[in-house]
Write a protein that binds this ligand. Structure first.
Ligand code: SF4
Ligand code: SF4
Length: 272
């Protein structure tokens, strides 16, 4: 993909806003036991076609899985494989895969012969497709599933496999992604944003560090006075040193404490 211009980004956000509105107004809201037929394997005529020129939004947990797969620092991973478009309408930073600068604008992890080269650690959207999940911001509205039907995808037409949404999610091993996704939603869909409030630039940076740049957050936690200020059990501190997922869970608690004044952390007496 060539360098994105401000106009490109504006178009992307406008298209995304339009998609969301259409989705909430018109999509058939499906329960977890909804049945469908779909096949995705090297035998379908569209194999790999969905991995080119596509917007893949990455969750914080997606980034941990991928950067650890390559034993890579999160900062290097972000610089090499992602883009972070910003727009005045955004509540918080978002991260997308940077498509390659080849003719097809392919995903950096697409192997033309074998398909996805990071299959075991592929991100949430790649696992869920053709199922989408929407979480309306209104407190009274429930999350729901919907089908994503792309012209390029022949998986419905050439289907030989039958599923329910539930069995698809299990087959694609989405469980740990959803577990971390629920914790992330406690921040991304927080009522703070629902009330129209915005993060200041330094708080945006804090959000970005905890959610996307976990190795930088690790340095921040362990190489500053951070842990002198909060009550954190020793065994948890030890786990956080080696387990990025535990560190990210801790980071989410800190974000809720710092950004939304929730009581998710306990300040040490001597630090008050
Ligand atoms: S991560 Fe894998 S499945 Fe997802 S777009 Fe890239 S190549 Fe395709
Ligand atoms: S386009 Fe659809 S069926 Fe074809 S490889 Fe992608 S997800 Fe599978």
């Amino acid at each position: 993909m060539g360098k994105l211009t401000a106009e490109d980004l504006k178009d992307q956000f406008t298209a995304f806003d339009h998609f969301k509105k259409k989705l909430f107004d018109e999509a058939e809201r499906l329960p977890a036991n909804a049945e469908f037929s779909f096949s995705c394997n090297p035998g379908v005529s569209c194999f790999n076609k969905c991995c080119t020129d596509v917007n893949i939004f990455l969750t914080p947990y997606d980034i941990i899985r991928l950067k650890n797969r390559f034993d890579m620092d999160s900062e290097e991973f972000l610089a090499r494989y992602t883009i972070m478009p910003m727009d005045a309408r955004q509540s918080y930073p978002i991260v997308l895969f940077k498509m390659q600068n080849d003719e097809d604008k392919s995903c950096p992890f697409l192997d033309a012969e074998k398909g996805c080269s990071v299959y075991e650690d592929r991100p949430w959207p790649c696992r869920m497709f053709p199922i989408g999940k929407a979480s309306p911001k209104e407190e009274s509205a429930f999350p729901f599933y919907f089908f994503m039907r792309e012209d390029v995808c022949k998986g419905f037409e050439e289907a030989t496999d039958n599923w329910t949404i539930e069995s698809w999610i299990e087959n694609q091993e989405v469980g740990p992604y959803d577990e971390m996704g629920e914790l992330f939603k406690g921040i991304a869909l927080n009522t703070f944003f629902g009330k129209g409030q915005r993060l200041t630039p330094p708080l945006m940076e804090m959000f970005h560090m905890v959610c996307y740049n976990i190795d930088k957050f690790k340095v921040f936690v362990f190489e500053s006075t951070f842990l002198d200020r909060f009550e954190v059990p020793e065994d948890r501190i030890e786990k956080m040193r080696t387990d990025d997922v535990e560190l990210q869970k801790f980071g989410y608690e800190w974000l809720r404490f710092s950004l939304f004044q929730e009581r998710t952390m306990v300040v040490k007496e001597e630090a008050k």
